[in-house]
Design a protein around this ligand. Structure first.
Ligand code: NDP
Length: 448
């Protein structure tokens, strides 16, 4: 059977076996497409059921999370943890609390995480978890009770050598604090390496908060420079206004770009003279308010627009940093018509396959999330190193390590794409480079 047919056959079986999980199908399809290129050149990667094993999580948990709301009502949510692949190290990947969470979304995120973590060159496997709990509008006490209930089940499945969760959408420093507290209580030990994204006084790492956004901009800068240009003077759109978006915007502006638009799930703001980062942090991080509040308080020529539409703003660089499938084919064509030259995914899978193809067909340089947002998990792995050695590093040292890791990732995906005759195709480069390291480890470790 030809490699193309073999991969199509795997894919069709995977669709049946994982019915009703469109985001997981989308992530599988993109990686399997790139694997056609590898298997054509290195057929031994088809041996020992490697591809089938790679696409099946090692273990997955679904559990009940009961908690009591502020009015005394009992609420029940669903918790998930998918331990996808531990060939390179303990499972590592965030927890997402958002009403849209379901098993398919956690599997797509866990699958992507395998290749992303491999690209960091650090010893971490891939996993992901979360809950359909909606933190919006909840009191601190409700958040705490939910986190404690969630950890009461999760704690038996995690550990510094087994599985190390972190934050993601809806899970920031506050939630990690409550989760860590409950883990410490249940396990009766201060095992700092069990979670990352911790507070600085109890095992956290400097730069972890900034890492994903900063890393996205570092790799964007590498890509821009590889094409003989500079970020200084560029106009950038950064979608979202959560953890990744805030620090992507901050670093982009520090490097001389002007962030001309940001968003949340209700609307977007246009900021032709750039974003006031201190005000943005105060509105979003301290007061947990909407991007519309930022517009009201920023004044001047900052305008708020309800609804979608952020991709209609003209820019040289687009950094989608909000959520999956937020940028579709039409949005990509708008960006292209307005002259966008560089796109890097700060979020996981924010561009639909149609959007990615539109960028590639128009020679817009595009770095996929598994490379562009790997700085977050890489710095989590640096946090684990500090925990293991009971040390804490300075901001500058940690930031230098992050910058070096992002630079190595860019070199690796660029070089790998060229080796497989896909020059400039960073999607293929990231999938192939990420895959080969995991695949070699899996082949060496036998059929398990
Ligand atoms: P946050 O919860 O901090 O922020 C998410 C932001 O995206 C919010 O501003 C949210 O707005 C906005 N958003 C959600 N849905 C939409 C939508 N449909 N359209 C526009 N905006 C939307 O999450 P993070 O910043 O941590 O995560 C963002 C993305 O980055 C996710 O894909 C995550 O998986 C990925 N990522 C995060 C990492 C991290 O270290 N945090 C690491 C690697 C990847 P609202 O408040 O209205 O919901």
């Amino acid at each position: 059977m030809s490699v193309d047919l073999q991969i199509s056959d795997y894919y069709n079986k995977l669709l049946k076996r994982n019915a009703g999980e469109p985001e997981f199908h989308q992530a599988l399809s993109e990686v399997l497409d790139s694997l056609k290129i590898v298997l054509g050149k290195d057929p031994h990667y088809a041996d020992y059921g490697l591809v089938e094993r790679l696409c099946e999580p090692e273990r997955q948990f679904i559990f009940r999370v009961p908690w009591t709301d502020a009015e005394g009502n009992i609420r029940v949510n669903r918790g998930f943890r998918v331990q996808f692949n531990s060939a390179l190290g303990p499972y590592k990947g965030g927890l997402r609390f958002h009403p849209s969470v379901n098993l398919g979304i956690i599997k797509f995120l866990g699958f992507e995480q395998i290749f992303k973590n491999s690209l960091t060159s650090l010893p971490i496997g891939g996993g992901k978890g979360g809950s359909d709990f909606d933190p919006k509008g909840k009191t601190d006490q409700e958040i705490m009770r939910f986190c404690q209930s969630f950890m009461t089940e999760l704690y038996r499945h995690i550990g510094e050598y087994r599985d190390v969760p972190a934050g993601d959408i809806g899970v920031g420093g506050r939630e990690i604090g409550y989760l860590f507290g409950q883990y410490r209580r249940l396990s009766n030990q201060h095992e700092s390496g069990v979670l990352t994204g911790k507070g600085l006084s109890w095992g956290g790492s400097l730069v972890r908060t900034e890492a994903t956004g900063y890393g996205t901009v570092y790799i964007t800068e590498q890509m821009v420079q590889a094409h003989g240009e500079d970020l200084s003077g560029a106009r950038a759109i950064v979608s979202g206004s959560g953890n990744v978006a805030i620090y992507a915007a901050a670093k982009a502006q520090e490097l001389g770009a002007t962030v001309v638009a940001m968003s949340d799930s209700a609307g977007y703001v246009t900021t032709p003279d750039g974003v006031d980062i201190e005000l943005l942090k105060d509105v979003k991080e301290n007061r947990r308010q909407r991007i519309s509040t930022y517009a009201e308080e920023a004044g001047g020529n900052v305008a708020y627009h309800a609804g979608a539409g952020i991709w209609s703003v003209a820019a040289d660089v687009a950094l989608p940093c909000a959520t999956q499938n937020e940028l579709d084919g039409d949005a990509a064509r708008q960006l292209i018509d307005n002259g966008v030259k560089y796109v890097a995914e700060g979020a996981n899978m924010p561009c639909t396959p149609e959007a990615v193809h539109a960028f590639q067909d128009s020679h817009v340089n595009f770095v996929p999330g598994k490379a562009a947002n790997a700085g977050g998990v890489a710095t989590s792995a640096l946090e684990m190193q500090q925990n293991a050695s009971r040390d804490s590093w300075s901001f500058d040292y940690t930031d230098d390590r992050l910058r070096q890791i992002m630079s190595n990732i860019f070199t690796n995906i660029d070089k790998t794409a060229a080796e497989y005759d896909r020059e400039g195709d960073y999607v293929a480069g990231a999938n192939i480079a990420g895959f080969k390291k995991v695949a070699d480890a899996m082949l060496a470790q036998g059929v398990i």
